[in-house]
Design a protein around this ligand. Sequence first.
Ligand code: GAL
Length: 656
Amino acid sequence: MRIGVDYYPEQWSKSLWIRDVELMASTGVKLVRIGEFAWSRLEPREGVFDFAWLDEVIALCSNYGIGVVLCTPTNCPPLWLYEKYPDIVRVGEDGNRLQLGVRGHRCINSPIFLEYAKRITEQLARRYGVHPSIKAWQIDNELEAYPCRCEACKNGFRQWLLDRFNDVDGINQAFGTSVWSGEYSSITQVDLPTAYPKAWQNPSLCLEAHRFASDSTVTFVRNMASIIRRSAPLAPITTNVRFHEEMPDFYRIFDNLDFASYDNYPMLSVPAGAEYLYSHSFELDVIRGMKEKNFWIMEQLSGPTGSWVPMSPASKPNMIKGYALQAIAHGADTVMHFRWRTACTGAEMHSHGILDHSNVPGRRYFEFADLCQTVTKLKPLENTEIVSSIAILLSHDSFYALGMQPQTENYHYIEQLRNFHRAFTRFGANIDVVEPTTDLSRYKIVVAPSLYVNDNSAIENIYRYVINGGTLVLTNRSGVKDRNNNCIMEPLPTAFRELVGAEVVEYDPIGDEEQRIIDFSGREFKCTEWCDILKLNTARAYAEYADSFYRSCPAVTVNEYCKGLTYYIGTVCDSEFYEKFASNLMKQNGVPRLNGLPVGVEITTRTNGNDEFIFFFNNSPNNTTIGLPKHMFSIIDSAERDRIELKPFEMDIVRK
Ligand code: GAL
C-alpha cells in the first residue's frame, strides 16, 4: 500500500523542487507521477529533446527513496507541432477545430500526430526504460472516445463501416436508412454524427460512430503500450481514466494494459437529509471490475475542486484521509493524490492540491500526512483482494445507447445499476461490477439491469450461468435493441424471454409519476419511471402493480429455468424495495448479511485466502457505532475492540 502525489515540476521554479521532494519524503510520500502534460519541455523544438530537467527530478526523487510514475505527454502536443501541421487538431461535432492552448485537443487518428506521439513515447521509453526509479508508466491522460470530425476520422470511419457491412447496401440495411430518405448511394455520403441532438440522428450511425471512436482509443493505447514495452519491460503500464458520457470501452482499453487506474473525485458536498445514501464506492467497484483485480488511484481528491466549474466546498475533516482509505477498501493498492501543490498559473489554478497557493502547509496537508502514516500500518493488506459472491453487469454499448435516446423522464442506465449496488451495500456485501461476457460461474447472484443492446456472447454467457444454477436478476429495457441499435420485432425482453418466462405485452413510460407495486407478502413499494406490463408464461408473479389500467398485472416475476432462477423487475422502485429484494436474494443464496447497519456505514472485506480484513467506513456526517460479534484486532491502532466507533468519514480496519 502506497500513497503518492501528482507533481508538475515544469510548472515550478527549480528552487522549489528540492524543498518539495524533501517535504514529500518526510510526509511519507512513496511515489510521484510526472510528465503527463510536459511535451513542450521535453521536445522544445522539433526533434530537439531535453531530458536534463527530468533526469534531475527523477534523481532527486530517488535520492529521497521516492519512486516515479512516468507519463507520456501525448495529451498536449507543443504549439510548434500545431503550427506546422494544423490538421492534427481535433474537429468538434460542430465542424470547428478546437481552440489551441487547451488540452486534449489533438486527434489520435491523425497520422502525423501519431508519428510524433510514437517518437516522444519511444524517446522516453528508451531513456528511462530500465531506470530503477520508474515504478509504472501512464499513457496520456483521461483518454476519451471523443467524436472528432477531422478528415482522418471521417475516412477511418468509412473504412470501419465497409469492413463491417461490406458495401453501401450493407450499411443501408444495417442502419435502416429508408427512414427519412437517408439512403446512401455512395460511401462518400457517409459522415460522422454532428452536433445536432443525437436523438434526431440515425441511432445505428451514432452507436457505430461511438464504437469507432472507442476503438480508435483502444488502438492508440495498444500502440503506445507496445512502444513502451519494447524498451521498458519491467514497470507495469496503465492509463488513468474517469467516467463520463464520452468514455471509451474501458474493458477493451485495459485488455492491453497491466493494471487499471482511476481518477477519484468523490463528492465534497454532503447531501441534506441523514437518510440519503450517497457514495462513491460504486465507481470504485466499476474500476476494479475493469481488469477484475486490484487497481490504482492515479488522481485522488485533495481539496476543493473547480476551475472550469465553480469551486466545490472544502473537504470536511477526515474526508481526504477517509476517501483514500475507502478506495483501498474497494481494492486500490496505491493512491496518488492530485496534486502536491495547487497551480498558481494556468486554467486549473482553482483545482486544489495538498498545498494551497499560500505554500503554507494547512489542515489538508496535516490530514494527508496522517494518511501517509496510517498507510504504513497496512502491510498486512499486501496481496489481499476483494472476493465477491455478487456481480452487477455493466454493458458499455447499453450505457452509450441509452444515454443517446432518453427512455423516459429521469431514466439513467447507471442509476439502474446503482440502485442494486446501494441495496447490497446496506448489508455489508462485497460487490463486483463486471462486463456481461465475464465468467459468471463464481457468483451466487448476478444482476444485469437494462441490457438494452443485445450481444450474442453476453446472452449465451447469461443463459449458461442460469442453466448451471445461478440466480439472475434482469430488469426493464432488456433485449430492446439488436447489435445495430435497431428495435427487434419480437415481444420484449426478446432473447431473454425464455429465461424470464414472461413477456412484456405493453409498457408505460411514466417518467416522474409515482405509482405502487405490492409484493407477494402484501408489502407496498413506490415505483416510477417505467412500467412493463407483463404476461406470465412459465414465471410466477413476485409483485404486482397497484395502480393504473394494469392494476393487478405482474410487475416483478420469478422463473425457474433449468437449475437456476431468473427474476425480472419491470419497473424502477424505491430504495426500500431494492433493500428488501437484495436481502431476500442474499438469504436464499446463503450470502452473509449484516442487518441493521447505520445509514452510510460501508463494510467491505479484503482477503489473502487465509486472513480476512474488514473495513468499516463511516460515509456520513454523523458519529456512528457498530457492535462486533466478538473482540477484533484493529490494524489501525493495534487495539482489540468489541465495537467500532467512527467519526464522520473515518475508517477502521479489523482482522476478522
Ligand atoms: C482530472 C485531470 C487532471 C486535473 C483534474 C482536476 O480529470 O486528469 O489533470 O485536471 O481533473 O480536477
